[in-house]
Write a protein that binds this ligand. Structure first.
Ligand SMILES: Cc1ncc(COP(=O)(O)O)c(C=O)c1O
Length: 394
């Protein structure tokens, strides 16, 4: 890793965003508030990926040992990040593959019931809905429902699936409380963690999580197409690997073997050659965040989102969701009567500010390296009268 943050000396004098700034060259050109979509790579991730590209160009697979070391290091980093064991981590190509692995691999029976949530991103809906032909029903709740509604719905259910942080409103659920309910009722607890992992602490033991999936390209500051799937150890023998190839089996290194015995760990869900360059990137970005400290990252992100919410409200914007300090995240989603969100996003872009139009709103998602002064600049842009023809938003 290229950066030595030297926190011991700086911690009390220089704000965190300023300490880490050299690791985010994107800040030289843009105010990047789109981590809920695709993050810029943190410098060490980009360095590692460039190193691999060059090494593979010059030497092919000669340094394969380094590839194996990167795979192992990503497994242990991911385990550390969520309080798991490296045996419980599979390397996957995205969140959806992780979710599908669980949805397709569980032993469903006609009459089984799932608790799911209306506001979810499709990745955490469609795989469960596709189980309908097997006789699996879904109880739809809202992520804003009180815990006792979740408690009632969970009774007798087989699985509950929710996102740590909602992709649109940024609502962050209390995983420990929902996990306790699932544990008490014997419900398998699945978490789509992509909008929270890397920013907020997450402990799979404390939250009684059965499985969790997240790609690395958002808050983890890694590349696209490389993610993790956590599967609690006791479920490994109860979730069938559905995607199957030569690497799911214990003897995969012996090509003459015809033994189908599965690998003993969660790597049994890995089907074929891995995304080595992606793994190099994600390993570096995850270790970077671990070294920085997730608590400190989360505090910085919450301070930025609080600043955005207060500023946007004072400018007459409606802020989507509850925005209670305990349920807030790095996502702030706003709209204003008479302001077309697409026009606004494009005007922000002209000013070098990257945000996303989402369902009639503007979604802003700053990570911890953004300066409070930059949020002030964004608010200044938001205060400008609407550009072009006024269009009523939904
Ligand atoms: C909650 C949630 N889940 C999943 C994804 C993406 O899934 P995948 O990693 O499969 O592309 C997103 C992306 O916006 C998301 O917000």
């Amino acid at each position: 890793m290229s950066s030595d943050l030297g926190y011991a000396n700086l911690a009390h004098t220089v704000p965190l965003w300023q300490q880490v700034r050299p690791d985010f060259p994107v800040t030289e050109r843009l105010i990047y508030l789109n981590h809920a979509a695709v993050a810029p790579l943190v410098r060490p991730a980009s360095d590692r990926m460039r190193w691999l590209a060059e090494d593979a160009c010059l030497h092919g697979s000669l340094h394969f040992d380094e590839w194996l070391a990167a795979y192992e290091s990503l497994r242990t980093a991911a385990a550390q990040l969520i309080g798991a064991h490296r045996d419980e981590i599979a390397l996957v190509k995205n969140t959806s593959e992780g979710i599908s692995t669980v949805a397709l691999g569980l032993d469903w029976k006609s009459g089984d019931r799932i608790v799911a949530f209306r506001e979810e991103f499709p990745a955490n809906m469609y795989p469960w809905q596709r189980l309908a032909p097997r006789g699996v029903a879904i109880d739809w709740l809202s992520i804003y429902d009180p815990l006792d509604a979740i408690d009632r719905a969970a009774r007798g259910a087989k699985l509950l699936a929710i996102s740590y942080v909602n992709y649109l409103s940024g609502h962050r659920v209390d995983l420990n409380a929902i996990g306790e309910i699932c544990h008490r009722h014997g419900v398998f607890f699945f978490v789509d963690a992509i909008q929270g992992l890397g920013v907020f602490p997450l402990d799979v033991q404390k939250a009684h999580i059965g499985a969790l999936a997240a790609d690395g390209h958002k808050w983890l500051l890694g590349p696209e197409g490389c993610g993790i799937l956590y599967l609690r150890r006791e479920w490994l023998d109860r979730i069938e690997p559905v995607e199957f190839g030569w690497t799911n089996v214990a003897g995969f290194a012996d090509y003459a073997s015809r033994d189908l015995t599965l690998r003993r760990d969660a790597a049994r869900y890995e089907c074929g050659t891995l995304n080595t360059i992606g793994i190099f990137g994600l390993e570096a970005s995850m270790r970077y965040l671990l070294m920085t400290g997730i608590e400190r990252v989360g505090e910085a992100v919450l301070a930025l989102s609080a600043q955005l919410i207060a500023g946007a409200r004072s400018l007459g914007y409606e802020v989507l969701g509850e925005n209670h300090p305990n349920t807030r995240s790095g996502i702030v989603t706003i709209r204003r009567e008479g302001t077309d969100s697409r026009l606004l996003v494009s005007r922000l872009k002209d000013a070098g500010i990257i945000a996303a139009p989402r369902q009639g709103y503007v979604r802003l998602s700053p990570h911890f390296y953004i300066a409070p002064e930059e949020i002030a600049q964004v608010l200044e842009q938001l205060s400008e009268p609407p550009l072009g023809r006024a269009v009523t938003t939904i």
